[in-house]
Design a protein around this ligand. Structure first.
Ligand code: NAD
Length: 281
């Protein structure tokens, strides 16, 4: 993809949370090709720093900032550092998110008789559920509170949230993650409306099944063969394959580049090979 030819964001500051992770680190590297200044925020500084170094080594402009998206003072401190280093935010990508094993059931369906030690719905742990809702929902809301203040009235400013296709229809086993991503989609629409008079667009992408650290053990056995769950996913994905991170880039560029999407506001764009459109029949 000829990103540098088609999109010139040399006057923009792009802030990405969760940028030490697989998807957002990759997105950071791709978006750096627009010549934007990229601020990579993550609770894991070293992970974000590794991606920032890669970007700088390739001739881009990037810096990592240790930030917890659940701590307003940490976000505010990063905001001040970024403003001094690069200027204030033009584009915010709320990428930090994820699930937690304590909020995940072992079985897809509850049964009258389950083997001993099965983690059923009745064993879900309140802390685990709160962790997932906080990370995905509050972890999107708090950075938006801090960074959107700088975006008010700024030409071409926009927010991208990361939802999931499980926001449309919940996946089995992961009630908290599905619910939290549904909340992220809902919040995306709310923000789009709320900021519509002050020049900030807000949209989301809803990725389908991409292979990453978050889901690798759910999708592949230790010997590398697909799990029963992975086979089920592939059967229910009309395009018959998993997605990859490259396939998110065009959607993000479209949504953040106002030359293409100035009147697109409040959409949650599925990138899922048709998974969310398919009834299975
Ligand atoms: P990942 O686990 O590789 O990355 C998540 C990053 O968030 C990690 O670097 C982690 O350190 C960081 N993080 C965790 N808690 C944080 C906090 N409190 N403050 C700041 N950073 C924190 O996950 P990923 O697969 O790259 O996913 C990125 C986003 O895409 C997430 O929102 C995820 O829910 C969403 N998503 C992923 C997929 C997929 O298939 N991988 C599908 C749909 C949606």
């Amino acid at each position: 993809m000829q990103i540098s030819l088609n999109h010139d964001f040399s006057d923009k500051v792009i802030i990405i949370t969760g940028a030490g992770g697989i998807l957002c680190g990759f997105l950071a590297k791709q978006l750096a090709k627009t010549k934007a200044k990229i601020a990579l925020l993550d609770i894991n500084f070293y992970a974000a720093e590794a991606f920032a170094q890669e970007i700088n080594n390739a001739g881009g402009r990037a810096k990592a900032y240790q930030t917890s998206v659940l701590d307003l003072s940490s976000i505010q401190a990063s905001r001040d550092e970024i403003a001094a280093d690069f200027g204030t935010c033009d584009i915010l990508i709320n990428g930090a998110g994820g699930n937690n094993p304590q909020a995940t059931t072992d079985n897809e369906f509850h049964e009258y008789e389950l083997p001993e030690n099965t983690k059923s719905f009745f064993d879900l742990n309140q802390d685990g559920v709160e962790f997932v809702f906080n990370l995905n929902y509050l972890g999107t809301l708090l950075p938006t509170q801090v960074f959107a203040k700088d975006m008010l009235g700024k030409q071409g400013s926009s927010i991208i949230n990361i939802s999931s296709m499980n926001a449309f229809t919940p996946l089995t086993k992961i009630p908290a993650y599905s619910g939290a991503k549904a909340a992220v989609s809902n919040f995306t629409q709310w923000l789009a409306v709320h900021f519509s008079h002050v020049g900030i667009r807000c949209n989301a992408i809803a990725p389908g099944f991409l292979v990453s650290n978050q889901n690798r053990t759910l999708l592949f056995n230790p010997d590398g063969s697909p799990t029963a769950r992975a086979n089920k996913i592939l059967t229910n994905t009309p395009m018959g394959r998993f997605g990859n991170a490259e396939e998110l880039v065009g959607a993000i560029l479209f949504l953040i580049d106002e030359r293409y999407s100035a009147f697109v506001n409040g959409v949650v764009l599925p990138i899922d090979g048709g998974f969310s459109a398919y009834s299975g029949v």
